[in-house]
Design a protein around this ligand. Structure first.
Ligand code: LMR
Length: 342
């Protein structure tokens, strides 16, 4: 009788363990087909018309082609599935498998990602592209901080330089920023940037920014032209200065446990698709931002102040306190590493 009981208990335990490790968990030996594809959920916050939106959709197409439909990338744009406040958690818990946030939002896991906000750190798009494939950039993608949270960084996708906009007045001199309140993406570096200009800031999710500008919760924002254009900020912002004071760029992050389980043959094809989509994203970024600048002008709704080099030098000097405060956080290695690529 006792033996029978022991056997029953053991069988229940074995079944329970099998259920835990099974579930809908994908394993390397699952046979994927067009009818039963491996699904990669890719969540992002911008529109399908944005640089990121176009590159994400192209990635999905490339994956479908290369794997003959055995892997399906489901792209969820426009914060449809998860917004800024929860996409990283969703990635860590495996509810989505891939995200492409503006890198400063990774400050939650590693403050060094705020390198991107350091004022005037990057000289031009070519400098940024050199950084993306550099050893310092790889050290961010492969950091212990990400690994400890079951995240792997795969590659960088560029967007562009950010420019200040607002609703109250043209931003010509550094005094013009005083007393205004700006929307910030995340982190203390951006807070310090606005503080250095005697302005205030509030962290607001991308999906809520249009409403915040419309309702006057904040007066201004900072965006690459492409985000300004594809979010129709010309409807809620009157003045734009071509400050190019910081960058907004993306990196592709995946849930490591999920990624490592993709069968090797399919993983090779998905990685090939990602390399091609990365190239496309990086080629697209500069042109799309230039087109968007023309679109913004064509609305006739935004007064544009084209900043001269001298204007930018004055702004750069005013933002110097950000370096004093954050150089050690971002780390001299990273800042010097980026400077050495000029
Ligand atoms: C922002 O919040 O302004 C950006 O991160 C949006 C984006 O992903 O381009």
């Amino acid at each position: 009788m006792k033996k029978w009981l022991l056997v029953s208990i053991l069988s229940v335990l074995v079944l329970a363990l099998a259920a835990c490790s099974g579930g809908d968990d994908k394993t390397s030996d699952t046979e994927y087909t067009k009818e039963n594809p491996l699904v990669i959920k890719f969540s992002h916050v911008t529109s399908i018309e944005s640089v990121k939106g176009k590159a994400a959709d192209e990635f999905a197409k490339l994956v479908a082609d290369k794997t003959e439909g055995k892997v399906k990338v489901e792209v969820y744009p426009s914060s449809q599935l998860y917004g800024d406040n929860d996409e990283l958690d969703a990635l860590m818990s495996g509810n989505v498998h891939m995200i492409a946030p503006s890198v400063t939002k990774m400050v939650k896991l590693d403050p060094r990602w705020q390198y991107v906000d350091m004022p005037f750190l990057f000289q031009d798009d070519e400098h940024v592209q050199k950084f993306f494939t550099s050893d310092v950039a790889k050290s961010l993608l492969n950091s212990d901080q990400l690994a400890a949270n079951d995240i792997q960084g795969l590659s960088f996708w560029g967007n562009g330089f950010k420019h200040f906009s607002n609703n109250k007045r043209p931003l010509v001199t550094v005094e013009d920023y005083k007393g205004l309140k700006f929307r910030a993406q995340a982190g203390k570096v951006l807070e310090a940037q606005f503080h250095a200009l005697d302005a205030g800031s509030a962290t607001i999710a991308f999906g809520e920014t249009y409403a915040a500008l419309q309702q006057g919760t904040v007066d201004g924002a900072e965006n690459p032209f492409n985000n300004f254009d594809t979010q129709k900020y010309h409807e809620v912002q009157k003045y734009l200065s071509t400050s190019a004071h910081g960058r907004l760029d993306y990196a592709i992050f995946v849930n490591k446990s999920f990624w490592d389980k993709i069968p090797a043959d399919l993983a090779a094809q998905v990685n090939e698709a990602l390399a091609e989509a990365t190239e496309l994203a990086n080629n697209l970024a500069k042109d799309e931002n230039a087109k968007s600048f023309e679109n913004i002008k064509a609305t006739g709704k935004v007064e544009i102040h084209e900043m001269t080099d001298a204007d930018k030098e004055t702004l750069k000097a005013a933002l110097q306190p950000v370096y004093e405060k954050f150089e050690s956080v971002i780390t001299p290695e990273l800042i010097e590493g980026i400077n050495s690529l000029k």
